[in-house]
Design a binder for this molecule. Structure first.
Ligand code: S3P
Length: 178
């Protein structure tokens, strides 16, 4: 049975995973709008709960604490249905998180080639937002892509966003659901 059949034409939730810069947040908002679902961004929820930005959490409490908060937000968020959930790029690294996502709905991995990601993430507006990219952005993107090259393989399906707009991605995902 393929993932859409297994999860129904309108999956309980749609969970977007993928490397930083693949467009999870933009696509989640568009898709939620079209489906009448709620858009949830786990990074925004972590910041809301902590009252701090992700960069501040990493600096003051370390990545381990951030990852614990991420798992707690996933547990709470995925207990509810009718959402399009944009996850942080590293949320897939914990086995528990992957299990929670797979059990909660349709997991879609957004992908892009390294050049496209590096170009998107090197934009001035993105500077300082992602602690894992501090320093030489291009170099950090390349080494993290290499370290995570199979991290998104567990998703029910994958979609290449390199030459597609968020609107096109949302449209494609809608078509897969009918
Ligand atoms: C991270 C990705 C970020 C954010 C944090 C760590 C990662 O989310 O969760 O900076 O480990 O890949 P985005 O993928 O939304 O940028």
């Amino acid at each position: 049975m393929d993932a859409i059949q297994e999860h129904g034409r309108r999956p309980r939730n749609i969970v977007l995973v993928g490397f930083m810069g693949t467009g999870k947040t933009s696509v989640s908002r568009l898709l939620a709008d079209r489906l009448g679902y709620r858009a949830v961004d786990t990074d925004e929820e972590i910041e809301r709960r902590a009252g701090k930005t992700i960069a501040e959490i990493f600096a003051a409490e370390g990545e381990g604490r951030f990852r614990d908060m991420e798992t707690q937000v996933l547990r709470d968020t995925l207990a509810v249905e009718g959402q399009v959930v944009a996850t942080g790029g590293g949320a897939v690294l914990r086995e528990e998180n992957r299990r929670l996502m797979l059990a909660a709905g349709w997991v879609v991995a957004l992908m892009a080639d390294p050049e496209t990601l590096a170009a998107r993430l090197a934009r001035p507006a993105e500077a300082g937002v992602r602690p894992l990219l501090a320093g030489d952005v291009m170099e950090r993107v390349r080494s993290l892509i290499e370290a995570r090259k199979h991290a998104y393989d567990f998703a029910h399906c994958m979609i290449d966003t390199s030459r597609r707009t968020p609107e096109e991605i949302a449209g494609l995902l809608m078509r897969w659901m009918v």
